[in-house]
Write a protein that binds this ligand. Structure first.
Ligand code: GLU
Ligand code: ZN
Length: 301
């Protein structure tokens, strides 16, 4: 087993550790506020720690100034994090160590297949390059998915079943363009930061199955996962920076916080609309109930 968290405090056993892990591809919008708030409240209600990790491993998708802006907005919204922010762009040495270990154990391989080729072969990657000894250049690296986890218990969704064929694919850990893959970075950093609970949106339900397989491959205990429904537009699109979801109001956080709590099924009393951020969050921490979070989509735009 790789020692991924040797630099952290030796004994944190029994402590809840949650996190919010935004990609700095844009500013905080209502959808990401829900992710920040849900993970924060679940951590604080359980007397836990709440960390923020900036997932800046994809420079082409980054927006200048977004990281700083996200952090500033979290502060205005009263969502104060414990410990220093971890930037994935600073974690390359750790990711490389994991890639070297996988390669040494012969559970990863180079793959040159294009999306079009995989599509032509039925859309599911069947391990075509496993024994081909592809050259290193212009190749992605895939990990041999020995476990193929396709089901798990979710704190919000209950029993989740993913498409088994997709869940069993050998997945990419290093992209062809040389960038670290999301699956690699997210699992390695959740291990590195000793995360025990991951509360995030339902767009990551399927990737969770791969992540669970990856924990098994790396021989680490997986955190517990809880996926809240996505806030969608009338057309059924996920609220995102791409479809111009409105940026949340930085001068006046109360209405957005109140709306996010309501979205999460928490029924805040109307008086809280007159409260300040500290009062509203204290109420929300004390009254947080993950069992009240609805399972399915709600239209908000
Ligand atoms: N960085 C990812 C995103 O912003 C979230 C990753 C995660 O929560 O695991 O979509
Ligand atoms: Zn291949």
């Amino acid at each position: 087993m790789l020692e991924l968290n040797k630099s952290l405090r030796p004994d944190i056993s029994g402590i809840y550790r949650g996190r919010f892990a935004p990609s700095p591809s844009g500013f905080l919008h209502f959808g990401s506020l829900i992710a920040a708030l849900a993970s924060y409240l679940d951590a604080k209600h359980n007397n836990g720690q709440w960390l923020v990790r900036i997932e800046d491993i994809d420079p082409p998708r980054e927006k200048a100034g977004a990281s700083a802006e996200i952090l500033q907005t979290l502060e205005v919204y009263g969502l104060h994090w414990d410990e220093d922010v971890l930037y994935q762009s600073q974690q390359s040495a750790v990711y490389r160590e994991v890639l070297a270990d996988l390669s040494q154990q012969k559970i990863s391989y180079y793959c040159r297949c294009t999306r079009a080729q995989i599509k032509a072969l039925g859309g599911i990657y069947q391990g075509h390059c496993r024994d081909l000894k592809q050259p290193v250049n212009d190749s992605a690296i895939r990990v041999i998915n020995t476990f193929g986890t396709s089901q798990y218990n979710d704190l919000i969704q209950g029993h989740v079943t993913c498409n088994p064929e997709l869940a069993q694919e050998d997945f990419i850990v290093l992209r062809k363009d040389g960038l670290f893959a999301y699956q690699l970075a997210v699992v390695v950093d959740d291990i590195y930061q000793n995360i025990t609970h991951v509360i995030r949106g339902c767009d990551l339900l399927e990737p969770t199955a791969r992540q669970l397989s990856f924990y098994q491959i790396l021989q680490y205990k997986a955190p517990q996962f809880g996926h809240f429904p996505l806030a969608v537009t009338h057309q059924g699109f996920k609220l995102s920076k791409q479809n111009n979801a409105p940026e949340i109001n930085k001068e006046n956080p109360i209405p957005s916080l109140f709306a996010a709590l309501t979205f999460l099924g928490q029924q805040p009393p109307n008086e809280l609309l007159q409260a300040n951020v500290t009062e509203l969050l204290s109420w929300a921490i004390a009254h947080w109930s993950i069992t009240q979070v609805p399972k399915s989509q709600e239209i908000v735009l």
